[in-house]
Design a protein around this ligand. Structure first.
Ligand SMILES: [Zn+2]
Length: 349
């Protein structure tokens, strides 16, 4: 049984313990039970002390993504992150990603950053230490650490220019504020590839050869022409309340080899998001692609403790279609936050 439980370490706000316990939110108990009957955790990687590991000497490295070994031409010089820095990874590095692949994946991550848009700037980490300034494409909505406040106080400054843009709605009664802005242009299929790369990075070594086609797709420059391939659709939950303290990726494996469901499912958790996707095209999943069987991907519950949800609100799920392989411009982006209290300073003027 597993669900995330957060426990604060007194005196250190940056550190929060978490553990998996069986405490599903009532509304998700059925989905939770069905899913955990079918799948078990195979591997879990999280940016915390438990998951740091020594890296192989550069001379012994081989790229997991393109197969190239260390040589005079490929020296594995870049400091490749196991999970992207932009989702909050500070300490996990990779010893199986060559410089060429690292630079390709950097491009996918730029699309992921643009897709996440303002939500990255709203993080508590940014309120504490700053460094990230979001500016909407039309420059009328800005989120950054308050440049005028003392550095030690976590505080964000959100600027909304031109009332016509209708940037926010304050619901004082329900203690909710919704911000509306625009995402910088991004390529949805590259966002999928950035997430797929995270999934393929947590695979135990012995599974890598099962995913030859997925690795080829990840590196391929061939355009995805299908608008509706179910492989590139995923499930997302957004939870209100404090964000995940650090990013985490879980690899789930089906318990019964004979079950007609995908072998692996990946769950990527960071900020206030949980992205759930099938790790595609495992060679053991060939039966899925013969066009004769209907493939059902079991729903996944959000791995949020029910006490956490009772305090901060229910996670909301939606489907995301990442088939489109061209630039998406001016996409609307809406974010809702809960708050404890507010002061209307207009009264003091
Ligand atoms: Zn490579």
């Amino acid at each position: 049984m597993f669900l995330l439980k957060f426990t604060e370490i007194p005196g250190d706000l940056n550190k929060i313990n978490r553990e998996f316990i069986g405490n599903p939110i009532d509304e998700f108990t059925d989905i939770y039970e069905r899913f955990t009957n079918l799948y078990a955790i195979k591997s879990l990687i999280s940016d915390d002390e438990l998951h740091k590991r020594p890296l192989k000497n550069r001379k012994n490295r081989v790229c997991r993504f393109c197969g190239v070994p260390f040589s005079a031409e490929e020296r594995f010089k870049s400091k490749a992150h196991l999970l992207p820095e932009l989702i909050g990874n500070k300490n996990l590095f990779s010893d199986f990603e060559c410089d060429k692949c690292n630079s390709l994946f950097g491009k996918y991550e730029t699309d992921l950053a643009n897709f996440l848009g303002a939500s990255r700037a709203f993080s508590i980490a940014n309120a504490r230490s700053g460094g990230l300034k979001f500016k909407s494409p039309d420059k009328t909505f800005i989120v950054q650490k308050d440049p005028e406040g003392p550095r030690s106080v976590p505080k964000l400054r959100i600027e909304s220019h031109e009332e016509i843009n209708d940037h926010f709605t304050l619901d004082a009664e329900n203690k909710k504020v919704t911000f509306r802005t625009t995402r910088p242009s991004y390529n949805p299929h590259h966002v999928f590839k950035a997430l797929l790369k995270m999934g393929l990075s947590v695979l135990p070594d012995q599974y890598v050869s099962d995913y030859e086609i997925a690795f080829a797709i990840l590196r391929s420059v061939k355009k995805n022409e299908e608008p509706d391939n179910p492989l590139y659709k995923l499930n997302v939950y957004v939870h209100p309340g404090p964000a995940f303290p650090s990013p985490m990726v879980i690899l789930f494996e089906k318990k019964q080899k004979t079950d007609e469901i995908p072998t692996h499912i990946i769950c990527i958790m960071f900020h206030s998001y949980t992205y759930q996707l099938v790790l595609p095209l495992n060679k053991k999943d060939k039966w899925m692609f013969d066009g004769e069987k209907i493939v059902t991907v079991p729903n996944m519950p959000p791995f949020i403790d029910k006490h956490f949800a009772a305090r901060f609100g229910m996670p909301k799920g939606h489907c995301l279609n990442l088939n489109l392989d061209e630039l998406k411009r001016n996409e609307k982006h809406e974010m809702t936050f809960t708050f404890e209290d507010y002061t209307d300073t207009r009264l003091n003027e």
